[in-house]
Ligand binder design. Structure first.
Ligand code: FES
Length: 127
């Protein structure tokens, strides 16, 4: 199987069985992002201990590609330091999903923006 085909299969699997979907009752930080072009919204919550993301949950009203992107992005940041999580790129999420079609790339953007916004909120909460 080609890498792209494997990624597409992964995308379908994440869409059918999304990881870390839900809510954290008392998150250390949370943020909501919205894409005004398509109307998709995503809220992402974090638990952080000693600089490590110990839990991440998300909720979205969004297309299937965005749900898959949120699922995969949440797996990419869970267990990472906040700095490592901040380094996760839209391209990495899109690639993990098999290389999103250009028209759907913005779903990876939404998921990564949600992670970065929650990390910013976390940093602001620490001050
Ligand atoms: S349709 Fe725009 S992110 Fe899903």
């Amino acid at each position: 199987m080609t890498r792209a085909a494997e990624g597409k299969e992964a995308a379908m699997e994440h869409y059918s069985n999304p990881r870390n979907q839900g809510e954290i009752a008392a998150p250390d930080a949370s943020a909501s992002v919205y894409n005004p072009a398509c109307g998709d919204t995503m809220r992402l919550m974090l638990k952080v201990r000693d600089g490590i993301i110990t839990d991440v949950k998300w909720k979205a009203q969004a297309c299937g590609a965005s749900l898959a992107a949120a699922s995969i992005a949440s797996e990419m940041v869970k267990g990472k330091t906040t700095a490592q999580a901040n380094g996760v790129t839209r391209e990495q999420v899109a690639e993990a999903l098999g290389g999103l079609l250009p028209a759907k790339f913005h779903s990876a953007v939404l998921a990564v923006d949600a992670v970065k916004a929650a990390l910013q909120a976390y940093t602001a909460n620490q001050r």
